[in-house]
Design a protein around this ligand. Structure first.
Ligand SMILES: C[S@@+](CC[C@H](N)C(=O)[O-])C[C@H]1O[C@@H](n2cnc3c(N)ncnc32)[C@H](O)[C@@H]1O
Length: 300
């Protein structure tokens, strides 16, 4: 077995034990393999191991991953193309918002679903189900309501804005990618309470102090994080400025460095400096996505 084959097998074993969502495991498997046969080989090796394992749930989870791949034969090509595009644009240093604007303009044209959520494997139904989970999470915490004014930073195609617009007073969406904003405008055209616009990604200067009850950022801070500490601070402190006292900054994923403890430490420090209390500290509440949820409430 090659080193990659061994690493994939080990990844798969760990993922089954950690009960990660099948689509998330498949996404990582496809990102890590060099060829499809390596990923298939890892699935087959773990399947054979599990014949001796008395926990039927692991066998079922593995079977679900294999079924998902069978049902999405284009997943290999889609995941590889989007992941390669992220890698191909890497310049080795910090990446400013303009860099991500170019990348996401391209993805808006080539792979909008996988571009905003690679774990959707490009499947609009899977993406809709994941979006509904995020909306339900926000509703369950009473962050959504007819009086609420909401801002989403990095709204992409507007999938969450369209899901929330019927239930809030108004919702604004910003994105550095002009082409993502074009898709979001098309999707949200029927909602009179939605405002969308392109941003430089450097701050929220067009909004007044205390203008919002809730600011959202779904899988966006990792791109801000890639722009360096100063950019992160500008976004977090600007978010504190545009939220009313008691308002919430809900973001999902802080970085992609795969170190949740380092993320928690950074978020706690930033929250304290910007005047937030941390009420959710990186839990992973979703069935179709392993996004780490952070809820920060602005102190009075
Ligand atoms: C992975 S996509 C997620 C899109 C959307 N939040 C969703 O979950 O469907 C990341 C989005 O963040 C946008 N983005 C990246 N850096 C940004 C920044 N500094 N400010 C605003 N948007 C940003 C990208 O253009 C892209 O649309």
């Amino acid at each position: 077995m090659s080193d990659t084959g061994a690493a994939l097998t080990e990844y798969l074993r760990r993922s089954l034990a950690a009960e990660l969502p099948a689509n998330v495991v498949l996404m990582h498997l496809l990102m890590r393999a060099r060829e499809p046969f390596e990923a298939r080989g890892a699935i087959e090796r773990v399947r054979r191991d599990l014949e001796k394992d008395c926990d039927p749930r692991k066998r079922e989870r593995l079977a679900a991953i294999a079924r998902l791949w069978d049902a999405h034969p284009a997943a290999w090509a889609i995941v590889r193309a989007v992941a390669a595009d992220h890698g191909a644009t890497a310049d080795g240093g910090q990446k400013a918002p303009a860099h991500w604007a170019t990348l996401f303009d391209r993805l808006a044209a080539t792979a909008p679903e996988a571009g905003v959520a690679l774990y959707s494997l490009g499947d609009p139904d899977l993406l809709n189900a994941a979006t509904a989970e995020i909306a339900a999470y926000l509703r369950g915490r009473r962050l959504i309501g007819p009086e609420r004014k909401v801002l989403e930073i990095g709204c992409g195609t507007g999938r969450l804005i369209a899901a929330l617009a019927p239930d809030v007073a108004c919702i604004a969406g910003l994105d550095v990618s002009a082409d993502m904003i074009r898709l979001a405008c098309r999707r949200c055209a029927a909602f009179p309470n939605v405002r969308l616009g392109q941003t430089s990604g450097e701050g929220l200067a067009s909004f007044a102090d205390a203008a919002f009850d809730l600011v959202l950022a779904v899988d966006v801070l990792p791109y801000v994080f890639a722009g360096g500490g100063e950019l992160v601070w500008r976004n977090v402190s600007e978010t504190a400025r545009v939220l009313r006292s008691g308002g919430t900054f809900a973001f999902f994923n802080f970085s992609y460095r795969d170190d949740i403890e380092a993320d928690r430490t950074d978020v706690r420090r930033l929250a304290a400096e910007a005047g937030f209390a941390v009420v959710q500290d990186g839990a992973r509440p979703f069935a179709r996505w392993d996004g780490a949820a952070f809820l920060l409430v602005k102190r009075a």
